[in-house]
Design a protein around this ligand. Structure first.
Ligand SMILES: [Zn+2]
Length: 414
C-alpha cells in the first residue's frame, strides 16, 4: 500500500473506515481495525472527514475574472451577455490560459478533482478557447480532470460560421455538446443541430436552458421532446432552468415528472441565478432559482455549480463548490441534517454519476481522489466550509492548506 488513511469518517459508512491507495487507485477499504495493513505512509485521521474529490459541474473558465475589465453596472442577463461579448474581442490565448489557471489553482486547493467547463465557440474568439482549454486539460491532468463542453454562447444560427466551428470543436476533442435555448431565434433548429451533433460524435448534451423568471419561457418542454426523440435519456444536463421556479405548482410538478421520465439532470447555478433574476420585479422580488426541492421530491437528479467567477454574470465567486452548496442550502430552505448530506452528495457522487465521471468515489478500484476535511460531521463541513487540509488526485498530494488562528479573546471570571 502507498498511503493508508486510518480512522476516517464518511457519512456513507456506518463506522470509521481505513482506506489504502496503491498506484493511484483505492486498493483497500474496510472498517477501521486495531491491525490495519502496512503502508509506506500512514495518516491517522482520528475521525476527521474523508470525502472523494469534489466535482465542479458547471463553470466558464474562459470568462472568469473579467470584473476588473468591466465598465458600468450590469443589471440584466442581456447586458451581461453583451458586455462579455465586447470583452471577448480582446481575449488572447495567454489571457484565457492565465485566467483559467487562476480558477483551477483555487478549485484544486478547495478539493475539486473533476470539473466540467463550458468553452465559448463563436465567430469572435473562434476556437481560441477550445485550443487553450484542450492544452490546459493536458497540462493539469495530474491534478484535475477537465471535461470540455463546446458552448455556442452567441447562438448557432446568428452567424453562419458557428455551425462549422462547433463541428470543428467536436473534432478537436470536446467531451460534451453545449447549447443555449435563449440565444437563437429558432429553438427547434438550434436543438436539432445540438442533438444531431451529439448523436454524430456519441457525446452527451449540456444546455443552458430557460434562464429567466418568466413562467412562459419553457424551452425545457422542447428539450424533453428532443431527449426522447434522440434516445438521449440520462445523457442530457440542463443548467439554470430558473423559469420553472416561477411556474405554478401543478404545472411545475407535471414538468418535474417529465424531467424524471426523460432522465434529464438539472444543474442549479444559484450564484448567477439569484444575482440576475428578479431584476424586473419592483416588489415581492422573486429569487429566480430552479425549484430544487420540488425536483428532488419527484426524483429528478439535481446538482449544482459555480457557473462564473467574478465577471458580469456573477461578480462573486471563490471556485469553492461548497460555497455554492451553502448558498443553495440557505436559499432553497435546505437546513436539515439530511439536506446537508444531500447537498454534499450532489457535489460528489451525484455529480460524478450525472456527468459521467468514471472510476470515482470511495470504493476499491476507483481513482484515489480524496480530500481530508477538519470536521467530524457533514453539517459543519457545509456550514463552515473549513480549509481542505489535504487534496489527493490519483493518490498524489496536489494541495495542502493549514490555517493558524490565534485567539486573544479573554473571558473575565465573575
Ligand atoms: Zn453557464
Amino acid at each position: 500500500m502507498d498511503i493508508l488513511f486510518t480512522r476516517c469518517f464518511n457519512p456513507t459508512f456506518p463506522t470509521w473506515i481505513d482506506i489504502g491507495t496503491r498506484d493511484g487507485k483505492i486498493a483497500y477499504l474496510k472498517p477501521s481495525t486495531e491491525n490495519p495493513p502496512k503502508a509506506e505512509e500512514v495518516i491517522d485521521l482520528g475521525g476527521k472527514l474523508l470525502l472523494p474529490g469534489l466535482v465542479e459541474s458547471h463553470i466558464h473558465l474562459d470568462k472568469a475574472y473579467l470584473l476588473e475589465q468591466l465598465t458600468g453596472d450590469v443589471t440584466t442577463l442581456r447586458q451581461a451577455i453583451e458586455k462579455t461579448t465586447e470583452l471577448k474581442h480582446g481575449f488572447t490565448a495567454t489571457d484565457i490560459e492565465e485566467r483559467s489557471l487562476r480558477v483551477i489553482r483555487q478549485a484544486v486547493a478547495k478539493g475539486v478533482t473533476r470539473m466540467r467547463c463550458h468553452v465559448e465557440i463563436d465567430p469572435i474568439s473562434r476556437l481560441m478557447g477550445m485550443e487553450t482549454t484542450l492544452a490546459l486539460k493536458e497540462q493539469v491532468k495530474d491534478s484535475i480532470d477537465l471535461q470540455i463542453v463546446a458552448f455556442p454562447q452567441e447562438g448557432i444560427f446568428n452567424d453562419e460560421e458557428t455551425k462549422g466551428l462547433m463541428e470543428q470543436a467536436m473534432e478537436m476533442g470536446a467531451d460534451v455538446v453545449g447549447g443555449i435555448t435563449y440565444n437563437d431565434r429558432d429553438l427547434d433548429k438550434h436543438l436539432d443541430f445540438v442533438f444531431r451533433l451529439a448523436e454524430k460524435y456519441g457525446k452527451p448534451v449540456d444546455l443552458h436552458v430557460d434562464f429567466s423568471d418568466n413562467a412562459d419561457e419553457l424551452a425545457i418542454m422542447d428539450v424533453i421532446r428532443f431527449t426522447h426523440q434522440f434516445g438521449m435519456q440520462g445523457r442530457v444536463s440542463v443548467g439554470h432552468l430558473t423559469s420553472l421556479g416561477s411556474v405554478e405548482k401543478e404545472k411545475a410538478t407535471f414538468i418535474a415528472k417529465e424531467l424524471k421520465q426523460a432522465d434529464i439532470q438539472v444543474i442549479s447555478l444559484p450564484a448567477t441565478d439569484l444575482y440576475l433574476n428578479g431584476r424586473g420585479d419592483k416588489e415581492c422580488v422573486r429569487r429566480g432559482l430552479t425549484p430544487v426541492k420540488l425536483l428532488l421530491e419527484y426524483g429528478v437528479k439535481v446538482i449544482y455549480g459555480s457557473n462564473n467567477i467574478q465577471n458580469a454574470f456573477t461578480p462573486f465567486g471563490t471556485a469553492d463548490p461548497l460555497d455554492i452548496g451553502f448558498l443553495l442550502a440557505q436559499t432553497s430552505h435546505m437546513g436539515r441534517e439530511q439536506d446537508a448530506r444531500q447537498l454534499i452528495d450532489m457535489v460528489t457522487n451525484g455529480a460524478a454519476r450525472s456527468l459521467g465521471f468514471e472510476q470515482y468515489g470511495l470504493q476499491v478500484g476507483a481513482e484515489a481522489d480524496l480530500i481530508v476535511c477538519p470536521v467530524m460531521d457533514i453539517r459543519t463541513l457545509l456550514y463552515t466550509r473549513p480549509e481542505r487540509e489535504r487534496v489527493y488526485k490519483s493518490g498524489k498530494l496536489v494541495a495542502e492548506t493549514t490555517v493558524q488562528v490565534t485567539n486573544h479573546l479573554k473571558v473575565a471570571t465573575t
